[in-house]
Design a protein around this ligand. Structure first.
Ligand code: 5AD
Ligand code: SF4
Length: 458
């Protein structure tokens, strides 16, 4: 089984039917999984990470690239076999794939019992009860645009950190992207609702909040608000130490937000601001709404007005029609902006997107691979250089836990979202520790704690 299974599993109702929950894809899916856990727990379910003792297997799925869907299909294939031995096992697909494919998924996989779209999570317990009691098959993929965000504060996977959805859906029509189809129209949650949830999370020990939205920096614009206002309000929240937000759209980066980021001491010094390409022709075909020079200008202003801010990128190589010159323009953008991290992807045509059927996937796979490899090598070199320059500096690190790769070390992140490993006591998890960087590679920063952990998160 793959590492998407929640492990350790959340604690549910002991003795209740056991659910194995798998989560694929983005942070938003992880938070949706929390909503699912909360709803199931309230209805008497328990959880497991072992196939053999599961009464139900549920998958929160991702459609962003063909590969993401492929993993779910191969797992559904394996579950068909398991189900022949255990016909009472309930199997459900939730989230983006359910929204995108709906009933077609049930037709393809006879062992699948239900599909529940991205706006239908609140009904998960009722649907699962129904499926288990009557062996009916259920499709629900058209929930209301206003999703109930009711969460069980106590099912959060980490004590000191939490995600908070501030908006759902997306009204952009980037031509490669399936999200507007799977997550629907953009809806911002009202300020008071967001602040109320933030309060409850902080009361429960959260010191770092990550606000989530597909175009999070456009939060509230319909209501004449700016995300900057929300940052200012969160700045006043006692006990809260850090606020991050992902993902921002370059076209929506406005002055009030940049000002607020500069002023608010809790605002993280990291902005995920995907350029996607450095070529104007490609950006136009992607319908991103900005040019490469406009992107450079935004990056320049951000770095000038928010000292120490780091930018994160997403880049797609091999978009239809991308020439060698287009690709070189992307190389130049990465060289100039010097992102502190970058997610690099090969274009994957997605059914139902504006590019599907209109723009031929004409960049050969080996060219896409070669371009990706070149960007990766460049990005490694950029990160290596930046990391080297950090040796000898000190950082306040919020400890996230024991490093998976090296169990003798802890890891955590500084305000700029850099991952830092160091030796220490696992009991420091969820506390702030001052760490001096001693060693670096392109991927890691390693250091030693300076003094005892301070200001433990409650
Ligand atoms: N092919 C490849 N990458 C994609 N992304 C979104 N859609 C596609 C696609 N069809 C990438 C974008 C986005 C990130 C979440 O995934 O870079 O920012
Ligand atoms: Fe997709 Fe573009 Fe919306 Fe991001 S802004 S979710 S890439 S359509």
């Amino acid at each position: 089984m793959n590492d998407a299974v929640l492990s350790p599993p959340p604690v549910g109702q002991p003795g209740g039917p056991k659910v194995l929950l798998e989560v694929f894809g983005c942070q938003m899916n992880k938070l949706d999984a929390e909503l699912v856990v909360g709803a199931l727990k309230r209805s008497g379910y328990d959880f497991t990470d072992r196939d053999e003792e599961a009464d139900a297997v549920l998958m929160v799925t991702c459609s962003i690239r063909d590969q993401s869907e492929h993993r779910v299909h191969s797992h559904l294939g394996a579950l068909e076999v398991a189900k022949r031995q255990r016909p009472d096992l309930a199997v459900g697909v939730l989230g983006c794939m359910a929204s995108r494919e709906g009933e077609a998924l049930l037709r393809r996989w006879p062992g699948l019992d239900f599909v529940l779209g991205t706006r239908d999570f609140p009904t998960v317990a009722r649907v699962l009860d129904e499926v288990r009691a009557d062996r009916t098959r259920v499709v629900a993929v058209d929930g209301s645009p206003q999703v109930s965000e009711e969460r069980s504060i106590e099912v959060r996977p980490q004590r000191s950190r939490a995600f908070l959805t501030v908006m759902r859906g997306c009204d952009k029509r980037c031509t490669y992207c399936v999200v507007p189809n799977t997550r629907g129209v953009e809806v911002s949650r009202p300020m008071e609702e967001v602040l109320d949830e933030a309060h409850r999370l902080v009361d429960d020990g959260v010191v770092e909040l990550t606000l989530l939205g597909q175009t999070v920096n456009a939060w509230g614009r319909r209501e004449g608000r700016s995300l900057g206002e929300l940052l200012e309000r969160l700045e006043e929240l006692d006990g809260l130490r850090r606020v991050r937000f992902i993902t921002s759209h370059p076209e929506e980066m406005d002055d009030p937000l940049i000002d607020a980021m500069g002023r608010c001491r809790k605002a993280g010094l990291f902005l995920h601001l995907p350029p996607q390409s450095g070529s104007d022709a490609v950006l136009r075909r992607m319908a991103r709404g900005y040019t490469a020079d406009r992107y450079r200008e935004i990056a320049r202003v951000l770095k000038a007005r928010i000292p120490g801010v780091q930018l994160g990128a997403d880049v797609i190589v091999g978009f239809p029609g991308e020439t060698d010159e287009d690709f070189e323009a992307t190389v130049r953008l990465l060289e100039e902006v010097r992102f502190s991290q970058a997610f690099l992807f090969r274009y994957s045509p997605r059914p139902g997107t504006p590019a599907w059927g209109r723009m031929e996937d004409d960049v050969p796979e080996d060219v896409k691979r070669a371009r990706l490899a070149r960007l990766m090598a460049l990005q490694h070199a950029i990160q290596e250089e930046r990391h080297r320059s950090l040796v000898g500096t000190r950082h306040e690190v919020l400890v996230e836990g024991v490093s998976r790769r090296d169990s003798s070390r802890l890891f955590g992140r500084n305000l700029a979202f850099d991952r830092i490993v160091f030796e220490g006591d696992p009991a420091w998890t969820d506390s702030f520790v001052e760490v001096e960087i001693e060693e670096s590679t392109s991927l890691t920063l390693a250091g030693r704690p300076v003094g005892a952990p301070a200001a433990a998160a409650r």
